[in-house]
Design a protein around this ligand. Structure first.
Ligand SMILES: [Zn+2]
Length: 560
């Protein structure tokens, strides 16, 4: 095994050989006479699973690192084509384990959560929907291709959508408004196509749900997202909590923004800016930032310093922007390399610091959980995953002076908290909208826009679009890729944020103890379900009434 990421490569697994191995596993499982026999098979299966996962991860990472490299691109195409075949083999074997007469003993060793997760997997896939899934993936790619190809004219230059987003943080109000107008015009021009793609997706998702025996796609969507132990009713209660408790506070934050910015009316193009001079920016380039992050993690302790040292030594980060590199940021765990990898695109904004606080949070968690009994539970389910990343954003607060300097660091902390408080109502809006859409699969595109307008009135009453053409016609939701790409994912950020805010609140009175609790949570991976993980760290569940009360009081005090 190579010790550094740049030297690391593995061959593509052979599908025929893998299929034959699965055949053997099924035979051995059918003949197993004890739980111990089954566990030995599971261990062999996990090694085989990791071969494919490793190749898939590496293929994806390489393609993201250089989208113009022909061999990376053809490997990625090969992965897309072949992945459903591996999914089919995996799902069948999971079903065999779920049906095993030794299941209860296996659950004891491998954790009941793993079995609950496999149940979700098997309930959301069957060969009868294979073609529909391919068609859905094609529509998802259409959305990606359409939005990625955007070349929006602004101030005499052409920008992609994400490049244009940068202006939202700018101190110059006219520039912000202009950028929002250019963006809105692009989206209204593309509205017919965006309507068509979503209309087809909704119909397709409804039909897959019916084929699998569900009433509507919401039920299937929850299985796909591996929601364990809660359903749409609990999520609806959480949205109500946000509506009743957070919306009033978000309105207060907006009033303060209006005062700070000295504007007569706070407009939609003002909503990202919390300080007159524009939002704080880190004070150095990539290498400088890595040095500051090194100091920060060394000072924090709890294993973060040595972990980050190893991350550097193994070259497991690719953070600089360059031509041909895909946008965005992510973290993945390479099971055979036995180490995580993080990817980002530095652009001189506060987002660069987030890589060290958010993505390293994901990386540290996966590394801390690497010895869980199976690779499938190194990561928890996604609503729990984002607790580790978002909580580290808050736990690193005392170190922000390193990146931003004295005065700006405090501005940054207030901005960070304010922006997240305003995010919660937006996040639940995206979720509520999807519940409405899939409850009414026959609705027309125009009716969907009306649904969105109704949701905005409930959760986002301080947003004023003036005459921005896309937003004022109820189409803001079309700018949110998750609605097209990964239905029902978006609430995860809100659920996780509820946990992360509790870490923030606790750390204000006990920084050391809270960091220790955080580090312990990171070792648990997905060995428990979402609410089980919260409980293990002494955090309240978002599904309890009043779950946000303490953090809201604390946030009010902080921002007063
Ligand atoms: Zn994340």
């Amino acid at each position: 095994m190579a010790s550094t990421f740049p030297d690391y490569s593995i061959p593509q697994p052979d599908l025929a050989a893998t299929t034959a191995q699965y055949g053997e596993f099924h035979t051995r499982l059918a003949a197993a006479e004890s739980a111990a026999d089954c566990l030995a098979i599971v261990a062999d299966w996990d090694a085989l699973l990791c071969q494919f996962k490793e190749w898939a991860s590496l293929t994806y990472i390489h393609f993201q690192q250089d989208t113009q490299n022909e061999s990376y691109k053809s490997a990625k195409d090969e992965l897309d084509a072949i992945a459903p075949k591996y999914a089919d083999l995996e799902t069948r074997f999971k079903q065999a384990l779920l049906d095993s007469p030794f299941r209860s003993e296996l659950e004891e060793t491998l954790t009941p959560t793993l079995f609950a997760k496999w149940e979700c997997n098997t309930k959301s896939f069957a060969s009868v929907i294979e073609d529909d899934m391919a068609a859905e993936a094609k529509l998802q790619s259409e959305y990606t291709a359409l939005t990625a190809a955007a070349e929006i004219e602004f101030e005499g230059e052409k920008f992609t959508i994400s490049e244009l987003n940068k202006f939202g943080d700018d101190a110059d109000r006219e520039l912000r408004e202009g950028a929002y107008r250019a963006n809105s015009k692009w989206f209204i021009d593309k509205a017919p196509e965006l309507d068509r793609i979503y209309d087809e997706q909704v119909a397709l998702r409804q039909s897959m749900a019916v084929k699998l025996g569900y009433n509507n796609f919401t039920e299937l969507g929850y299985q796909r997202m591996t929601r364990i132990g809660y359903g749409p009713d609990e999520v609806a209660a959480f949205r109500d909590e946000v509506r009743d408790k957070v919306v009033p506070l978000a309105i207060e934050v907006a009033k303060k923004q209006k005062q700070t910015l000295g504007v007569e009316k706070l407009m939609f193009w003002d909503h990202c800016v919390h300080t007159v001079g524009g939002n704080p920016k880190p004070q150095g380039d990539h290498d400088w930032m890595v040095d500051r992050a090194t100091e920060m993690f060394d000072e924090m302790g709890a294993g973060l310093g040595s972990f980050f040292g190893e991350m550097k030594a193994r070259g497991a980060m690719d953070l600089k922007s360059r031509k041909g590199k895909a946008g965005g940021g992510f973290c993945d765990f390479l099971h055979q390399f036995e180490f995580p990898f993080i990817f980002a695109n530095f652009n001189g904004t506060r987002g660069d610091v987030d890589v060290f606080t958010h993505e390293v949070g994901h990386a540290f968690q996966s590394y801390s959980s690497r010895n869980q009994p199976m690779s499938d539970i190194v990561w928890p389910t996604t609503e729990a995953c984002e607790i580790h990343s978002m909580a580290l954003e808050f736990l690193t607060w005392p170190h922000m002076e390193k990146f931003y300097g004295e005065g700006a660091a405090e501005e940054l902390r207030r901005l960070h908290l304010s922006a997240y408080l305003q995010f919660l109502p937006y996040g639940v809006s995206i979720d509520h909208f999807q519940h409405m859409v899939y409850a009414n699969p026959e609705a027309t595109p125009e009716e969907r826009n009306e649904m969105w307008k109704e949701i905005e009135r409930t959760y986002l009453p301080w947003w004023d679009y003036a005459d921005l053409p896309a937003e004022s016609s109820g189409r803001l939701w079309q700018q949110k890729a998750h609605i097209y790409q990964c239905p029902f994912y978006y609430i995860d950020y809100c659920l996780a944020l509820t946990g992360a805010l509790q870490f923030w609140s606790k750390s204000r009175t006990d920084a050391k103890g809270t960091l220790e609790t955080y580090a312990e949570l990171c070792t648990r991976g997905g060995s428990k379900d979402y609410t089980g993980l919260l409980k293990s760290a002494g955090l309240r569940s978002p599904f309890e009434p009043g779950c946000l009360d303490e953090v809201i009081e604390d946030a009010k005090r902080y921002l007063a």
